[in-house]
Design a protein around this ligand. Structure first.
Ligand code: ZN
Length: 104
């Protein structure tokens, strides 16, 4: 029997394989600043890697390095924020809080 399980949720860079949406939502910083939901101003998110549906030339790869984006799903309203640049959001345990020096 082939294994039909599909990858869901996180790919391990932030959650150490804890299991996507079943894990606790995290605090997020982007470029050293606390990130909040654009819709409801909530501060906790689940993350997952998102494949971008770019079909054209490799210039995209040259610019961005790869074709995946980091999706942050608001734990309150569910709005998905996507980051496709080199600087990806950093996730922090809600129990520990933002790192020192984070701008709010
Ligand atoms: Zn929200």
């Amino acid at each position: 029997m082939p294994d039909r399980r599909m990858p869901v949720g996180d790919v391990g860079w932030d959650d150490r394989g804890m299991g996507g949406l079943r894990s606790d939502p995290k605090l997020v910083t982007v470029l050293g600043r606390a990130f909040r939901c654009l819709v409801c101003d909530h501060g906790l998110f689940w993350s997952r890697q998102v494949k971008l549906s770019t079909t054209s030339a490799s210039s995209f790869d040259l610019v961005w390095g790869n074709r995946s984006a980091t999706g942050l799903i608001c734990a309150r309203c569910g709005y998905v924020h996507e980051f496709a640049g080199r600087e990806r959001p950093a996730l922090w345990s809600a129990k520990v809080g933002y790192p020192e020096g984070t701008e709010s």
